[in-house]
Write a protein that binds this ligand. Structure first.
Ligand SMILES: [Zn+2]
Ligand SMILES: [Zn+2]
Length: 269
């Protein structure tokens, strides 16, 4: 989902949004749609039949994302022609799209979380508890994120082992390496091993408990990101669309905004 609006992230005041499905294997755009909540001509009193009206959505901007996703997944002529259905969806963690696709489909749709969003989510959780633990410096958080990323990268496709590895991250940082995987350098060099960013390791028991809470929760969801997939292609597509319809200028709600979208998409097709 991309928004034609000023600012970053989700902007729920947006008048227009575009959504695209990108194939995991091909990395190409399968289909896209734009939803416009406003039309300038209609606003000026024109009848919708006397112009190329792009008004096609009534409802809040917030509702665009889920409506567009459901539309792309279930009313998709390309899927119909090829006799395929959307079965696995890769997206960021806070997307409302997956829920609506699941509700609109007559079969189960499995969600996989984008690995970069998952990793960033862990960092956000660590920053939330940072002020209560002086050992948890910015460098320490980066180190924990690296440990997490290694665990994910080394256990792609194996949620059970991945979860075990993630649960073990706090122990590793407190110098108990019994259950560490091959990513941990301790076993290669037990005598001289030091952590790269946290030296001799953490010592505070409160910190151990707090880290265990965070990593246990993430580990319990490992099946959602164990495929190690990413939605980077969509993000780069949205950046391309934004560059065609600069957010500083307002093209939404006209035929020209849809033309710009098509132009950006065609580059990726
Ligand atoms: Zn109109
Ligand atoms: Zn270790």
């Amino acid at each position: 989902m991309g928004w034609t609006t000023r600012g970053t992230g989700r902007n729920y005041d947006s008048l227009t949004g575009s959504e695209a499905l990108v194939g995991f294997f091909t990395k190409k755009v399968l289909t896209y749609i734009s939803k416009n909540r406003k039309c300038r001509k209609c606003d000026r009193g024109h009848d919708s039949s006397d112009h190329d009206c792009r008004l096609n959505f009534e409802g809040s901007a917030k509702a665009i994302e889920s409506a567009a996703a459901a539309h792309l997944a279930t009313q998709n002529s390309i899927f119909d022609t090829c006799h395929v259905q959307l079965g696995i969806m890769i997206g960021d963690n806070d997307s409302s799209a997956i829920g609506s696709v699941g509700a609109a489909s007559h079969h189960e749709v499995i969600k996989h979380s984008d690995k970069n969003h998952t990793s960033k989510g862990v960092v956000n959780e660590l920053h939330k508890i940072k002020k209560n633990h002086k050992e948890l410096t910015a460098g320490a958080i980066k180190y924990l994120q690296r440990c997490f990323n290694y665990c994910v990268a080394q256990n792609i496709g194996d949620p059970v082992e991945m979860a075990k590895g993630i649960r073990n991250i706090p122990s590793h940082c407190f110098n108990n390496h019994d259950n560490c995987g091959t990513w941990c350098g301790y076993h290669a060099n037990p005598e001289s091993y030091r952590h790269s960013a946290i030296g001799d390791g953490f010592v505070s028991e409160q910190l151990f408990d707090a880290l265990s809470c965070i990593f246990d929760v993430v580990a319990s969801r490992a099946d959602r990101f164990a495929a190690g997939v990413s939605s980077n292609v969509n993000e780069s597509l949205n950046a391309t669309i934004a560059s065609k319809a600069p957010k500083m200028r307002f093209y939404g709600t006209t035929a020209s905004s849809d033309a710009r979208l098509a132009c950006a998409i065609n580059k990726k097709k």
